[in-house]
Design a protein around this ligand. Structure first.
Ligand code: HEC
Ligand code: HEC
Ligand code: HEC
Ligand code: HEC
Ligand code: HEC
Ligand code: HEC
Ligand code: HEC
Length: 419
């Protein structure tokens, strides 16, 4: 199986943005270098990690550890690496003589390059990125830098594959992982390299993996300290509850990672805390957005903001998502949330209400937020002439006549089914 990726305009934009970021971080580096380093050093102490939160918020913690946010970055274990290490299933061949074999050795899990049966080089799995809903990539430490390993696991096909964006016939072992990648998949990494150094370096020990409690609530050390010393006080002072933030603040929090590539970084965004304004960290290029160029992958905010629901109400992501819980595929539950607004005497009802009948309450989603192919996450499978895209829900909520036909045909088909 090969992953082939054409250079598309968005890639060029990303490269442009990346070079701007580089230049801008150099500017920042020139002006406030030592001050920034001091802030960075103090920053890690403000965090506790979610295990500490569990001592007082056990119910939330127990559900949180099953979410994709919590599972999106972790040290490797036999269980969380989804691809197989079994003989016969552990090889990705580039040609007749060159392959990468996934091997479990005494010192860990490895991707090993072989040529004509001779070991050429290898990389250890040091971190797993991705819950595996669509796939996982793997990172390895090279001194204090992180690089991505050549082979990725593509979940829709349940196979090892060449990492997305990699040339189909060349093995790449040294693609650097930047803080931008980590900012979306973790809560905190401490950068130890000078801002002027292009290849960023990180502290191996000052890491808060995945999208943990403190990414959405702000660093928690002061809150924990205060509540532990004052068990009689039942009101929190030093922690952010997104429910109490403004609409803009909640949207900024989710957009930090769900706002796609239209964000150009102007300040190290690991310093972004829940409640902050995104515009202090990024320049948003809103003009570049329209329905035809926003991919369903990674830019839920861009798509939602085109929808009438969003434009004509105070909606935020948390009208529909309870982020403490893994609610994947619970279409009826999500439909209940549509009906918190779309009820008699409140916001307009569906025009199809009479035609569909009571079953409508079970599924607004397949007609108005259909699954669409992602252009960004698309791979060539072995023997297939066309690329296989990952399918994702669009957040452009509107009327899709073709989807309606499909859903109605299914409903009224030879064997009448329930929605
Ligand atoms: C020593 C016990 C304790 C620990 C540990 C603790 N909390 Fe709390 N937390 C409380 C109490 C008490 C409240 C106030 C009552 C409530 O809202 O449940 C609270 C409230 C909250 C609130 C709601 C605040 C509001 O304004 O409504 C959030 C969010 C929160 N905690 C997050 C966290 C996070 C994240 C952690 C881990 C970094 C954590 N807590 C660790 C005791 C604790
Ligand atoms: C630090 C980055 C970050 C922030 C902040 C963030 N997310 Fe996510 N979110 C992710 C990543 C990364 C994934 C994909 C995880 C995976 O599958 O590996 C994800 C997945 C999700 C999913 C799909 C999986 C699921 O658990 O149902 C939803 C829904 C979601 N995020 C909603 C939100 C909302 C709502 C907010 C704001 C309150 C938010 N996210 C804030 C990074 C973030
Ligand atoms: C702007 C934020 C952002 C950046 C930067 C980013 N990601 Fe993601 N990534 C996401 C979000 C959000 C999702 C899940 C939701 C989606 O696909 O829309 C995701 C999904 C993934 C998944 C699939 C997880 C699954 O199974 O669902 C992998 C693997 C992944 N990212 C790896 C990476 C790697 C490696 C990098 C850096 C080279 C990176 N991402 C950079 C936000 C980001
Ligand atoms: C992806 C973002 C996100 C993550 C991760 C997250 N929360 Fe929350 N949390 C929220 C949002 C949003 C609310 C407000 C929910 C509401 O009221 O609808 C909230 C509310 C809370 C509250 C207030 C009471 C309540 O039940 O609503 C507490 C306490 C809390 N979170 C603790 C935690 C703890 C502890 C963790 C980690 C184990 C955690 N949160 C992880 C987004 C998050
Ligand atoms: C926070 C309230 C709110 C929620 C939640 C909400 N909507 Fe809406 N929606 C609106 C408003 C307001 C409008 C505009 C109504 C009007 O034109 O008067 C709208 C419009 C629509 C439209 C018409 C769009 C068009 O382009 O004509 C559809 C379809 C729709 N909503 C479906 C949904 C679905 C499906 C969900 C759940 C996934 C949902 N809505 C959740 C408030 C909401
Ligand atoms: C009107 C309701 C609604 C709102 C508002 C909403 N979502 Fe969703 N979202 C959904 C539904 C429905 C799904 C599909 C759930 C499923 O099938 O598991 C979904 C799925 C997702 C997924 C997983 C996508 C996939 O197919 O893998 C992510 C990530 C996500 N939402 C993030 C967000 C973010 C971030 C926001 C705010 C910018 C947001 N959502 C606002 C209803 C909503
Ligand atoms: C079988 C597909 C299907 C399902 C299921 C469905 N809708 Fe619709 N919906 C449509 C179509 C098609 C239209 C446009 C009908 C027309 O213009 O005659 C529409 C129109 C709407 C409108 C615009 C109404 C107006 O007066 O402009 C809203 C709002 C809406 N739907 C919300 C919902 C909600 C909420 C649900 C779930 C409770 C839902 N829909 C379920 C297909 C569906």
């Amino acid at each position: 199986m090969r992953i082939i990726k054409k250079i598309r305009p968005s890639t060029i934009i990303i490269i442009l943005i990346a070079s701007c970021i580089f230049l801008l971080t150099r500017c920042i580096g020139d002006s406030g270098n030592s001050e920034e380093k001091a802030t960075a050093r103090d920053e890690f102490k403000k965090y506790t990690g979610s295990k500490v939160c569990a001592s007082c918020h056990k119910d939330i913690y127990d559900k949180h550890i099953l979410t994709e946010h919590y599972l999106t970055l972790a040290p490797p274990t036999e269980k969380n690496i989804l691809g197989s290490f079994e003989k016969g299933k552990n090889v990705f061949a580039f040609d007749d003589v060159t392959n990468i074999t996934m091997e479990k050795r005494d010192s860990g899990f490895f991707q090993v390059e072989y040529n004509n049966g001779n070991e050429i080089r290898k990389g250890r799995f040091d971190m797993v990125v991705g819950s595996g809903r669509k796939g996982q990539s793997y990172l390895t430490w090279v001194n204090n830098r992180l690089v991505q390993l050549p082979i990725t696991y593509f979940s829709p096909a349940a196979q090892w594959s060449n990492s997305p964006g990699y040339p189909p016939n060349k093995i790449v072992f040294n693609r650097p992982i930047t803080s931008r990648c980590l900012e979306c998949h973790s809560t905190y990494f401490e950068k130890i390299s000078d801002p002027a150094i292009e290849l960023e370096q990180f502290d191996h020990h000052k890491i808060i993996y995945a999208v943990d409690c403190e990414k959405c609530h702000g660093p928690g050390a002061m809150h924990v300290d205060f509540q532990s010393k004052n068990p009689g006080i039942k009101e929190a002072k030093f922690i952010v509850n997104p429910r109490k933030l403004t609409r803009e603040q909640v949207l900024d929090l989710c957009t930090l990672c769900h706002g796609g590539g239209q964000l150009a970084k102007i300040k190290p965004s690991f310093q972004f805390h829940a409640g902050d304004s995104l515009s202090k960290y990024f320049i948003r290029n809103k003009a570049a957005l329209n329905a035809s160029n926003i991919d369903v992958h990674g830019n839920q905010m861009g798509l939602l903001s085109l929808s009438k629901c969003f434009i004509m109400s105070n909606m935020t992501c948390i009208n529909c998502h309870n982020t403490h819980q893994n609610e994947n595929g619970k279409v009826a539950l999500f439909s209940q949330r549509c009906m918190t607004c779309h009820t008699e005497g409140h916001v307009k009802l569906c025009k199809m209400t009479a035609e569909i009948g009571p079953a409508i309450t079970q599924n607004c989603i397949d007609c108005h937020m259909p699954k669409q192919p992602s252009h960004a996450v698309s791979v060539f499978l072995q023997g297939s002439p066309a690329p296989t895209p990952a399918l994702m829900r669009t957040h452009f909520i509107k009327i899709y006549p073709e989807e309606t036909k499909k859903v109605l045909a299914y409903l009224k088909g030879p064997i009448k089914k329930k929605l």
